[in-house]
Design a protein around this ligand. Structure first.
Ligand code: CDP
Ligand code: CDP
Length: 225
């Protein structure tokens, strides 16, 4: 039986992971957070004292890289690096910038492509990232481009980091989000962009509940779910 796949792309802090995970639970789909995979590679680089922006230092780490993904009963995705649960460690602010740097390296993207596609072959998936609708799953049944104004996204991220007990200066976060957007949009391989057949959902003025409703409505319109 062919599985259904839903691709959600968009910039940092748009609400992709929170909403995709909730929507996946409602639909009974597997939620795949591809950013977490890039973050885990970035953590490996940082832990190995490699410069995440330097392909010559990062590419050799892919050889024998031991990254695993697991899904709990709540639909949450956990990441393991060299057998250690790094699900919390990869959320640190320093890992975000490094993830965007390793993600610009073509060999890293190529290395992770098969892993991501296999998930969609084996399950009904709701997958979020930057290039899911354009590169990873160009034939996805539904494509959503989820976005919001940078200021709204920075406020959300600051609140989230504060709740996790990490120091969160709004201006720094806004600056870093804008820089990361630029890096993700302008890289030569698999840049962040809206697929031509993607539905645009702007969450700037929507709270979480309203955003989830907008997302589910867009999915319902294109599938029977
Ligand atoms: O959660 P947040 O939106 O801050 O970022 P993320 O989804 O965890 O992704 C971290 C970084 O990984 C992004 O800034 C992208 O550079 C990269 N990424 C990517 O290039 N392609 C994907 N499919 C997912 C993430
Ligand atoms: O995955 P992505 O970086 O796109 O965003 P996220 O990590 O799901 O969302 C960032 C934060 O914004 C989370 O704490 C969400 O709960 C919050 N959020 C919100 O307050 N209102 C929305 N409409 C969407 C997300």
């Amino acid at each position: 039986m062919k599985h259904i796949s839903i691709a959600i792309d968009g910039p940092a802090g748009a609400g992709k992971s929170t909403l995709a995970r909730q929507a996946a639970q409602r639909l009974g789909f597997l939620y795949v957070d591809t950013g977490a995979i890039y973050r885990t590679v970035a953590l490996k680089a940082l832990e190995s004292s490699a410069d995440p922006a330097d392909p010559e230092q990062v590419v050799p780490l892919l050889d024998g890289l031991n990254v695993k993904m697991d899904h709990g009963p709540d639909g949450g995705q956990r990441m393991f690096l060299d057998g250690k649960d790094v699900s919390d460690a990869i959320r640190q602010h320093r890992v975000s910038g490094a993830a965007s740097q390793v993600a610009a390296i073509p060999q890293v993207r190529e290395f992770l492509l098969d892993f991501q596609r296999r998930q969609a072959r084996e399950h009904d998936v709701l997958m979020d990232g930057r290039d899911i609708g354009t590169v990873v799953l160009p034939d996805a049944d539904v494509k959503i481009f989820l976005t919001a104004a940078p200021e709204a996204r920075a406020h959300r991220r600051a609140r989230e980091l504060e709740l996790r007990g990490e120091k969160a200066d709004y201006e720094t976060i806004l600056h870093d989000i804008i820089r990361r957007d630029e890096q993700d949009r302008n890289r030569p391989v698999a840049p962040l962009r809206q697929a031509e057949d993607a539905v645009l959902v702007d969450t700037t003025r929507l709270n979480l509940e309203e955003s989830l409703e907008a997302l589910l409505a867009a999915i319902k319109e294109r599938t029977d779910r």
